[in-house]
Design a protein around this ligand. Structure first.
Ligand code: SD4
Length: 344
């Protein structure tokens, strides 16, 4: 509790600062959004945000909102997340997902097959309270034991076509910003992807939200990099790499080449920078700097993007390459914004 002496001391320090701020015409920064607010990676994040917004506008919890956002991406045919996604090099669709709430409860599943909504398996694991991370057959077993339906191992027509085409050269080469490649004209935003569109890679849906009570949560779901080695796990299910939440500071998520994000504990780095005073954008930039500094030549050909939100609703992002976008939705806005980038 603040006693009288503390009050006088804080007043003596604080009032002149507030007065100075007013004198210089300081306003709320443009990147600060009133809560509740939800932020997702990429253009397709606007559709995930719509699912989250249904929860947030009814004063629901951030953890429920981010789960709904991830589920909506997993359910979408056009979004390269979930069972419709491109497979690994051996023709298996293997999924990664993570979720984290305002009390540092978290759950992750990696390299899981046959499950339509891995994010909800991650949530179930989080709530079971026993473990935080399950992988492969064990994750599938946990899902089935908890009532999730085991789906058949069947590639979508588009994924099958793309995989057979890829097999002709069998060259693993992630394409920068392929996540935002538009479908062919006339196909519409929810048309299934086709190989002719040049899509070799996958959207990752990372979502972070601040609810009406001021609590933060995040979720991240992906099929990983298309045509990856069987068994490969990226950053998305790793707490501190593809997703991190600290309810006193902020929340962050990432998309792009997961190996680079794992090396620097990407989203944990972002949140630690914010803890010590960086804005979300400056913190994301610092994480990107670490990736670029490690191998500036290699960085020219890869994409990684971070997006973060502070406890006060300030949102910022930074990427290696131009073209990374993030979508923001609250009572006043529903828009997709370009991220700043290291290379232009
Ligand atoms: C991964 N970070 O598995 C993910 C891929 C991704 O948009 O973000 N694609 O490495």
């Amino acid at each position: 509790m603040t006693n009288r002496r503390d009050f006088l001391r804080l007043s003596a320090i604080g009032l002149p600062l507030i007065a100075a701020g007013r004198a210089f015409g300081q306003k709320m920064p443009a990147s600060r959004y009133t809560m509740p607010v939800v932020v997702s990676t990429w253009d397709s994040g606007i559709r995930a945000n719509a699912a989250a917004w249904n929860v947030l506008k009814a004063k629901g919890r951030a953890i429920d909102a981010v789960e709904q956002a991830a589920r909506s991406a997993e359910d979408e045919k056009s979004c390269c997340v979930g069972l419709e996604a491109f497979p690994d090099r051996d023709g298996y669709v293997t999924l990664d997902a993570s979720i984290m709430d305002d009390k540092a409860n978290c759950g992750s599943v990696a390299f899981i097959e046959h499950i339509k909504n891995p994010i909800s398996v991650a949530r179930k694991l989080m709530e079971s309270g026993k473990h935080v991370f399950l992988a492969g057959d064990g994750a599938l077993q946990f899902a089935v034991e908890n009532g999730f339906k085991r789906m058949p191992n069947q590639l979508s027509d588009d994924a099958e076509k793309a995989w057979h085409e890829w097999l002709k050269k069998s060259e693993y080469k992630p394409v920068v910003n392929i996540e935002n490649t538009k479908p062919k004209a006339g196909n519409g935003p929810s048309a299934p992807m086709t190989f002719d569109d040049g899509r070799f890679n996958h959207d990752t849906m990372g979502t972070i939200a601040l609810d009406a009570d001021g609590n933060l949560s995040g979720a991240c779901t992906t099929s990983g990099m298309a045509f990856k080695t069987h068994g490969r796990v990226g950053d998305s299910p790793i707490i501190g790499a593809g997703l991190f939440v600290d309810n006193k500071v902020g929340a962050a998520t990432s998309s792009g080449v997961g190996e680079e994000v794992i090396r620097i504990c990407g989203t944990h780095t972002v949140i630690e920078m914010m803890r010590f005073g960086h804005t979300p954008e400056a913190a994301c930039k610092e994480a990107i700097r670490r990736i670029v500094d490690r191998d500036p030549k290699a960085a020219k050909d890869i994409q990684v993007g971070f997006v973060a939100i502070s406890k006060k609703g300030v949102v910022g992002a930074y990427a290696i390459q131009k073209g990374f976008t993030y979508s923001v939705t609250n009572e006043h806005v529903n828009k997709t914004l370009p991220s700043k980038s290291w290379f232009n």
